[in-house]
Design a protein around this ligand. Structure first.
Ligand code: DGY
Length: 319
């Protein structure tokens, strides 16, 4: 019998590839850059399953050509790169990789908060550039994090994990989410509030909501204007949730203190992007889940989803 074909769009942990090779003919895009679109379209035509990254747009154009396709296993918890309803209409299963990246991503959100509040990259550059001539009482003074109020927008698994870290910093926690999270409230003392209240009362704000039609450009001029002048804004969700021009103005005009950004509207972000010219921006290249452990588990889970479906079973983490 002909083996099913699995397309893996980037080099991933070898155990994930090995698992799939037991039952499928596997093709891995080994280059350390995303597949060019035309190559992806051509290879998708042959695929029974695609193990995709967030760099691949799986849309109508792909689906119209991928006649053999039975499933798309996205190696990410976010799936805004996939037209899920178009997949469902065609009976194509879509899976993501929740849970295995929660703690790594929460760590990074907290790292960005601390880095931006305490001006760590700026201080690091200061030392490396030989500017440190003496201790000074005002040198690179930042904002407190301990015992302040943290506002979490988007209280999913990662939001809850950030709240647990905030508890260790004796922070008051406010959150805004479509639904109330009883367990998180009990575990961390987090309090649900309207978005405007969160923006007004939080000392720092972490944005973790997925990118959907409702959350696109959620943070704009109006929202930044409500935040405190001493507040740090952290985005570990998707760049599309933030109006970057409004954020630039808020930072440049000192309406808010600083921003820690792991995601951008266009990725990779250009080094000439206005936001990157500001000293109070800490910018990272979308590495929220980038620990070796989390990325290995994400690859394994994505592969296990495909293996299960190819063996006639249920996907483990279907959307
Ligand atoms: C995700 O999983 O959605 C992250 O953004 C990438 O790890």
């Amino acid at each position: 019998m002909k083996k099913p074909k699995v397309l893996i769009t980037r080099k991933i942990a070898s155990e994930a590839v090995d698992l799939l090779q037991q039952t499928a003919e596997v093709e891995v895009w080994e280059e350390d850059r995303p597949m060019p679109r035309d190559v992806f379209l051509a290879k998708a035509e042959e695929a029974t399953a695609i193990l995709s990254m967030l760099t691949e747009k799986v849309d109508e154009e792909v689906l119209a050509r991928a006649k053999q396709l039975r499933m798309v296993a996205n190696m990410a918890v976010g799936y805004d790169n996939i037209d899920v309803s178009a997949c469902k209409k065609r009976g194509i299963i879509v899976t993501n990789t929740p849970d295995v990246l929660t703690e790594a991503t929460a760590d990074l959100a907290f790292a960005l908060l601390l880095a931006a509040a305490r001006r760590i990259p700026e201080a690091n550059r200061f030392v490396l550039e030989g500017k440190w001539t003496s201790w000074s009482p005002t040198l690179l003074a930042g904002q407190s994090v301990y015992q302040t109020t943290l506002g979490i927008i988007g209280m999913g698994r990662i939001g809850e994990a950030v709240a647990m870290r905030a508890k260790g910093f004796a922070m008051n926690i406010l959150y805004h989410n479509r639904s109330r999270k009883q367990e998180a409230e009990e575990q961390t003392g987090a309090v649900w509030v309207e978005l405007d209240t969160l923006l007004r009362e939080s000392d720092h704000v972490v944005l973790l909501t997925p990118l959907t039609a409702e959350t696109r450009l959620l943070m704009g001029e109006r929202e930044f204007a409500r935040m405190k002048q001493t507040s740090v804004f952290v985005n570990v969700s998707r760049g599309g949730t933030v109006d970057e021009q409004a954020l630039y103005r808020a930072l440049a005009e000192k309406q808010i203190w600083a921003a820690g950004l792991d995601v951008f509207q266009e990725e990779p972000v250009s080094p000439n992007h206005p936001l990157l010219q500001l000293p109070n921006v800490v910018a990272l290249p979308h590495i929220g889940s980038a620990t070796i452990q989390a990325r290995t588990e994400m690859a394994r889970l994505a592969a296990a989803n495909i293996a299960s479906v190819l063996a006639g079973g249920e996907p483990l983490t279907a959307l």
